[in-house]
Design a protein around this ligand. Structure first.
Ligand code: PDD
Length: 278
C-alpha cells in the first residue's frame, strides 16, 4: 500500500505527521472523499471544487491546482492498483507551536490514501440498511467539509450499537442528513424529497449528481426539509455518499419503510448512478 504525504508517495509506516500538526491539535483542516469505480474517480471535478470552497472558507491556501490534484489522485489510485473503493484527501493548516491564531509562513499538510472496497455490489446496496435518528449536535457551518467529526463519530457509533448502519441527524424535528451521507425520502406519490442546501448540511456531491439524474429521468423533486414523522411514513428512503453511491433504507428507528424492501425508485436511481459512474 502507498499513501501520499506532502509531495511524496510512501508506505504508510513512513508517512508521519508531527504531533504539532494543527489537524491533530485543533481539527484545523478540511477533507474530501472520492469514490473510485473501474479505476476511475467519480465526479472528481465537483469534489475538487468543493475542496477549493472548504479551503477558502477556513482561509487555507490551496496547495495544488485542480489539474495537479487530479494528477496526484490518479497516480495514487494507479500505484495502489485500486479498481473500486474510496480516495481520502486532507489538508490541514500545517505544523506550528500550539497557538490558536493562524501561524505565519507555514505550509499546509497534505495527505491522501485509498481504501479498496466494494461499492457497486454490496449487501447494503442489495438489501437496504437500517438507520436510527439522533440529535444533530454539530456546529453551524456544516457546509464546510471539516475534519472535525466528533459529533458524527458519536452519532454513528450510537447507530451501530442500536443495530443500525447509519444515523440520521435531526434538528428542530427535521432530518438534516446522515452521519456521513445525504438523506432522501420518496413520497407515496413518487416524488423525491431532499433538504435544500444551506449551512445546515454538507453539499453532497453524490446528492448533486443524483438530483441531475432524477430530473433527466422525469422524477418529481421536492427540495424542502422533511420531518422524522414524514420519513417514517415515506414510501421509500435512501442515502447517498461518495463511498456508497445510493443505498436503500428499509427501516428508520425500527419502523419499517414501505414494505421493508428496497423500493423501485431507489433501485432505479442506484442503477442510473452506477451507469453514470462507469
Ligand atoms: N461523507 N453529509 C455528510 C455529513 C458527509 O460526511 C458526507 C460524505 C455526505 C455525502 O457527500 P458526498 O456525496 O459528497 O460524499 C453528506 C464521506 C463519504 C465520509 O466522510 O466518509
Amino acid at each position: 500500500r502507498i499513501v501520499f504525504l506532502n509531495g511524496s508517495f510512501l508506505p504508510p509506516e513512513e508517512a508521519k505527521v508531527p504531533i504539532m500538526d494543527r489537524g491533530f491539535l485543533f481539527s484545523d483542516g478540511v477533507y474530501e472523499g472520492v469514490g473510485v469505480i473501474d479505476g476511475r474517480l467519480v465526479d472528481n471535478e465537483a469534489h475538487l471544487e468543493r475542496l477549493e470552497r472548504s479551503l477558502r472558507e477556513i482561509r487555507i491556501d490551496n496547495p495544488y491546482s485542480r489539474s495537479e490534484w487530479t494528477r496526484l489522485e490518479q497516480e495514487l489510485v494507479r500505484r495502489n492498483g485500486m479498481t473500486e473503493g474510496f480516495l481520502y484527501l486532507q489538508v490541514t493548516r500545517g505544523v506550528a507551536e500550539r497557538d490558536f491564531f493562524f501561524p505565519q509562513g507555514v505550509a499546509p499538510t497534505v495527505t491522501m490514501f485509498t481504501q479498496a472496497k466494494a461499492i457497486a455490489d454490496t449487501p447494503a446496496a442489495r438489501d437496504g440498511i437500517a438507520v436510527v435518528t439522533v440529535p444533530d449536535r454539530r456546529w453551524e457551518r456544516r457546509d464546510i467539509k471539516s475534519i472535525s467529526l466528533l459529533a458524527q463519530v458519536l452519532a454513528k457509533q450510537e447507530a451501530r450499537e442500536k443495530g443500525a448502519q447509519e444515523a440520521w441527524m435531526v434538528e428542530d424535528g427535521y432530518v438534516t442528513e446522515g452521519g456521513s451521507s445525504s438523506a432522501f425520502i420518496v413520497t407515496k406519490a413518487g416524488s423525491i424529497v431532499v433538504r435544500p442546501l444551506s449551512n445546515a448540511i454538507l453539499p453532497g456531491i453524490t446528492r448533486q449528481s443524483l438530483l441531475r439524474l432524477s430530473r433527466e429521468d422525469g422524477i418529481v423533486l421536492e427540495e424542502r426539509r422533511f420531518t422524522v414523522e414524514e420519513a417514517y411514513d415515506a414510501a421509500e428512503a435512501f442515502l447517498t455518499s461518495a463511498s456508497n453511491f445510493v443505498v436503500p433504507i428499509v427501516s428508520i428507528d425500527g419502523r419499517r419503510i414501505g414494505d421493508g424492501k428496497p423500493g423501485p425508485i431507489t433501485k432505479r436511481l442506484r442503477e442510473l448512478y452506477l451507469q453514470m459512474a462507469r
